[in-house]
Write a protein that binds this ligand. Sequence first.
Ligand SMILES: Nc1ncnc2c1ncn2[C@@H]1O[C@H](COP(=O)(O)OP(=O)(O)OP(=O)(O)O)[C@@H](O)[C@H]1O
Ligand SMILES: [Mg+2]
Length: 281
Amino acid sequence: MSEDQKQARLAQIKRQWEQRRAITRSLGRIKTKLGVYSAKGGVGKTTVAVNLAVYLAKHGHSVGLLDADIDTPNAPQVMGGDARPAMNEGRITPADTFGVKVVSMSYFQQNADEAIIMRGPMIHNSINQFLQMTDWGDLDYLVVDMPPGTSDSPLTVMQVLTMDGFIVVTTPQSLAALDAKRSINMIRKLNVEVLGIVENFTGDIFGTGAGPGLAEELDLPFLGSLALRADYRDNSRPTVLASADVEAEYDAIWAVVEPRLAELEAAAEEPAAEGSAGAAT
Ligand SMILES: Nc1ncnc2c1ncn2[C@@H]1O[C@H](COP(=O)(O)OP(=O)(O)OP(=O)(O)O)[C@@H](O)[C@H]1O
Ligand SMILES: [Mg+2]
């Protein structure tokens, strides 16, 4: 390796190290990171992520929402409202929408209908950049709206952002359950916790069953059903704020997720305590 190559390599390592440090700094004040994911498109990931974030904010938590779907970002549209993020000297202050701090690639598009075409390394860079540049401040929860699929985009997000757990969304049909199973296997391969399964679009039209069935089969908590409702057509504000029935659905989901997160947090602290006791002897 020539001297120039050595210097270039060193500079690259330094850059990567600085990036990691910037990300750690930016995410360091977030207590819990929750991903909402399904390999299948259109099952309601964004809808669940948005409504869960708003639900948590309504219940007194400080909450952020990261739209990590960088190919087709649409969380701000699903959320409603017209707040925008602020850019100052290369730093992003998230949009404050219905009490939630929101960051999405869609804010930075010139035209909403523009196609964002990215290959592997570009996806990685964009996610990294977002994470480095955003000032989230202190958050109890960061809800991450995941892109669909099981390849580059979701994989990158899962690798860059160490999530505390995932909520997997399925629809009531058995074919969707197969995709949900793939999603769960992907999360498990990365050694991340699956907090449970939510069934969306439950009701007379699509029926019910895939969510509870899959939860039983995979020995995971079933977090609850979200009914198919016309209320979601109103995009002016998150449905959880407009419908008491939807809020009750999120009450049920959170009643299972919150204690599970507390358990995980306690378990994460335990080995450290044992380790230090062991070291002392
Ligand atoms: N329970 C529901 N009842 C009625 N409509 C719903 C419900 N859940 C989601 N929708 C609607 O279904 C559509 C798809 O939902 P959403 O965008 O949340 O799916 P997604 O999984 O995030 O899709 P993608 O994979 O493209 O990111 C949206 O128009 C949304 O308003
Ligand atoms: Mg989506």
